[in-house]
Design a protein around this ligand. Structure first.
Ligand SMILES: Cc1cc2nc3c(=O)[nH]c(=O)nc-3n(C[C@H](O)[C@H](O)[C@H](O)COP(=O)(O)OP(=O)(O)OC[C@H]3O[C@@H](n4cnc5c(N)ncnc54)[C@H](O)[C@@H]3O)c2cc1C
Length: 361
């Protein structure tokens, strides 16, 4: 069976690794870039559950771990501490893709770089690449990320809805001690801003919003807040960003032989934009199941694993829309502060809503 994976991001590589490790021999990953890990877009904050799902591959990429987040507005008038009962890990995202790619190659998969898939014909089981070559497949797995060009060409989305995430890696005289989340409409009306300390002198700041220009303005405001509060920003080391899907996960399969995974399927936690959780969990589940599954059943097995996340994320998406309609994350922060909440214990980082316990002053 020829499995053709489109996109060597975390989703494509995880899928390719799950199937090659299960003994599938004809697995090809097409990646339009010359190597994995580019362009950079992700912050790399993930739960313990996510790290466990990828096992040593993710553990090798841990930069640091956090036990607390501070959620605040720009002026620091409303501040809530999130106590993370399971640690949150900062992963080196480029390294994660490199480790996954190495594992795919060691397990016998093939990654073809500078190879862009332009068209999929699901009824003929044929892909067409950027050179016009026709390639037959039995199952195509579209892991093209948030732009969803192929998904649109197959009418799975008329117009994908995304936020634009902008980040800057900055050098400072000293970094904040832990992750700061800015819930403030002046930073983003539709999301939140963040400052993630990488080292004691390097931090990643960023935000996401409906338009790139407002996200850029939000990042500038975070810089100003840091400077106003006594941090000396010495320079901007790197700027990068990308799209965060905010529509509900879609049907995933066209004619049973084209699967969609990762951002291509909008499999992203709606409240935080985290996409690595669902990818890692589906990877782990498939690794356990596929060895004992008839290859013909692969699409159904995949769908079954994904459907739990689809349901959950659809629900969280509704909550996110209500939150944004009510004034965004800032409103939630103000309401909690006004009712005397000063800290929130989070049992499961991937399930913020159902696992939080509020502590009042
Ligand atoms: C600013 C920002 C911060 C984020 N922070 C976090 C975070 O802290 N934690 C978290 O869990 N998630 C985070 N995410 C989300 C996370 O980055 C994504 O969910 C994850 O990277 C999705 O992986 P993917 O493989 O589906 O897509 P991608 O990583 O986008 O990979 C898609 C790959 O497909 C290739 N490709 C596309 N089209 C073609 C084609 N036609 N032919 C061949 N190759 C193709 C691309 O070159 C790319 O390599 C963040 C996202 C953004 C934008």
């Amino acid at each position: 069976m020829h499995i053709h994976v489109i996109g060597a991001g975390v989703a494509g590589l995880s899928f390719a690794l799950a199937v090659t490790a299960a003994g599938y021999q004809n697995v090809l990953v097409s990646e339009e870039h010359s190597r994995v890990g580019i362009p950079k877009h992700c912050t790399g904050l993930v739960s313990e559950t996510t790290v466990q799902a990828w096992g040593s591959i993710a553990r090798n990429c841990v930069v640091r771990k956090f036990r607390e987040y501070v959620v605040r507005d720009m002026r620091g008038q409303n501040v809530i501490h999130l106590e993370l009962l399971e640690p949150v890990y900062l992963l080196d995202r480029v390294k994660l893709e490199e480790e996954l790619a190495d594992a795919v190659l060691s397990a016998g998969g093939i990654i073809k770089f500078r190879h862009k898939v332009r068209v999929i014909h699901p009824h003929h089981n044929i892909l067409i690449d950027h050179k016009g070559n026709h390639i037959e497949y039995d199952i195509a797995v579209v892991c093209e990320g948030a732009p969803r060009v192929l998904a649109r060409s197959l009418s799975l989305y008329s117009k994908p809805r995304n936020l634009v995430g902008i980040q800057q890696l900055i050098s400072l005289d000293k970094s904040p001690e832990t992750v700061i989340v800015y819930a403030d409409r002046r930073i983003s009306r539709n999301f939140f801003g963040w400052c993630v300390p990488f080292t004691d002198k390097i931090a990643l700041i960023g935000t996401a919003d409906r338009h790139g220009s407002s996200a850029c303005a939000g990042v500038l405001r975070i810089l100003h807040v840091l400077e106003r509060e006594g941090y000396r920003v010495r320079g901007i080391l790197e700027r990068f960003g990308g799209l965060i899907p905010i529509d509900s996960p879609h049907g995933l399969v066209a004619d049973n032989n084209v699967l969609f995974f990762g951002d291509a399927a909008s499999l992203v936690k709606p409240l935080t934009g985290g996409g690595l959780y669902a990818i890692s969990r589906v990877f782990r589940a498939l690794t356990g199941i596929l060895k004992h599954t008839d290859p013909e059943e692969l699409p159904h097995t995949f769908m079954a694993e994904v459907s739990m996340f689809k349901r959950k994320f659809k629900f969280h998406n509704i909550i996110r829309s209500v939150l944004v309609a009510l004034g965004g994350y800032e409103t939630a922060l103000k309401v909690l502060s006004a009712t005397g909440v000063h800290s929130v214990k989070i049992r499961k980082y991937d399930d913020l809503l159902t696992s939080m316990k509020l502590s009042f002053r």
